[in-house]
Ligand binder design. Sequence first.
Ligand code: ADP
Length: 638
Amino acid sequence: MVPFPDSAPAPLSAMSAPQRLLRLLALVCTLALLIGGASYTTFRVSQAMGLAELQATGRHRLDLYATSLEREIDKYAYFPTTLGLERDVLDLLARDARDTPLAKRVSLYLEQLNERAGTLSIYVLDTRGTVLATSNWRRPDSFLGEDLSFRPYFREALETGSSRFFGIGTTRGEPGYYLASALANAQGTVGVAVVKVSLEQLEKSWATVEAPALVADENGVVILASVPDWKFTTLRPLDETTRHTFDRTQQYNRRALNPLGVKEIAPLDHGAQLVRLPRVGPETVSVFPVTGKFLAQAQPLPGTPWNLTVFSHVEQVREMAANRAALAGIGAVLVFIVLFMFNERRRHLRDRLAAREALQRAHDELERKVEARTAALSAANARLQAEVAERIRAERTLRAAQDELVQAGKLAVIGQLAAGIAHELNQPLAALRTLSGNAGKFLDRGDLPTVRGNLGRIAQLVDRMGTLTGQLKSFARKSSGRPQPVVLQQAIDNALALLEQRLRQSGARVEQTLPSADLVALCDPNRLEQVLVNLIGNALDAMAGQDAPRLELTAEQAGALLRLRVRDHGPGLSDEVRAHLFEPFFTTKEAGVGLGLGLPISAGIVHDFGGTLAGDNHPEGGAVFTLEIPAADEIRHD
Ligand code: ADP
């Protein structure tokens, strides 16, 4: 078996173009060698086997044909001898009674015998070779009285007692087989009896045989053949002496005796030969092939000097061998395909295994990297967490500081409000003093209704003072800064209430323009109030000294935001003020009046709500502060 070129380590896909071409070439060569080897070997073996088979068949045929021929001839073998039992025949020969009634009687007897036996002719000759009686005595071409001493069978019969001879009749040119026997009486040989047998019947049956056959006599002349063209041809060339003898004995009645032209190709075992048979004439019709390459097998016919040759057609062996060779070729292709596929599969599996291993390696590598990264990440994460915790701590601290700042800012406002509030509380306190003093006097007088009236008034004043301190307390408390829904109007009202004394003192007019009382912001109510107190306080500061200060508060909903504007009619913001408006500790006010923390704290609070605070000049004069804070979804309906 030719090995497959499977040692290439790289998979087909990974091969370069020349490598692929080389592999393809190797495959094609292997396939060609495989097909060629298998076909050639099968052809040779098959042909040898076929020839051996053909030889066996040929031998069988040879035996068969020989037996039938022998049987045909043997039928008449004792015919001439039995004539010696006839008294008339012996008398005729002994007396040499030519043209006598005895001769006629014997001829008549021979005629009847000939008819019965179906032979060509039967006749007796005296020892000189003259025909004394013959079965064809009636026919014009009868050889009665003819001298046939030149015929070899006559002489041989006289010499040896019997003879067998093939020849062509001299008178009618009819080929036949002559069986001759010497006849003798007590005195010795008196003559020769001859029976001429036709082998025509046998020849006819031969015409249909599968394998052509011929019988050649001792001279190599074909005397019997299944192919009519072959008759009276020679298997070997005749020399001059032989031809001369034939002329003399008229054995073949001067036939041309051309060579048959059998060409020997190669000798085989058991005396067989491969030969080429010549073309036959167009008049020869045969179902089976009679020309071409044949296996020739010959054997002598027992009891005769003849040879029987049977020709078996070799073409069928060649055809069968060729068919088997083709089948072997196809088989080789199939085997090649199976082996190729097996090999491809093996390669494929090996490639897959290699790929899997590579994948596993890559996977392991990846896993290692992932582990390393994870470790790095968790370290980074821990660092980040620490940082975040640190930030949160810082933010909390900042937030606390901011809250403190907001609170400080608020306390600063309260400080600013303190004088007004003290003034606000002084009045009711003085009234309380007067009313309680009067109440005692009226009690002494027994004027109880007036006392009751005074006490009612006292209660009202206490309530008013309580409200005021309550508002202040609520403003001063530390708020969480957590957003919640805040009714804007409420926040504005609370801020205005805290500034009530200042508003009254300045004589400022507050104009509120709110589309509805339903605007609800999302913020810390306490801090919103702180922002509003700051903005309104600043506006009042800006308008201090004006005759009719006017404060305008407008609010509107702008999408998800509430926009609140606080506008005054003061001097507005100078460029410098605008540049530093929200900077801590920036103030234009006198020391002790302003700290410069109001706006930065307010902006920080608004920013915490998720809103913005901006200050600008109004086109028509005065400053306007715009506060935008998120609106709560919930709408108030009371
Ligand atoms: P303070 O009121 O303590 O000065 P603020 O931060 O509230 O601190 O204000 C900073 C400065 O902004 C004020 O000193 C003032 O000059 C200016 N300002 C604030 N509001 C107004 C306003 N309505 N009109 C004119 N100037 C203003």
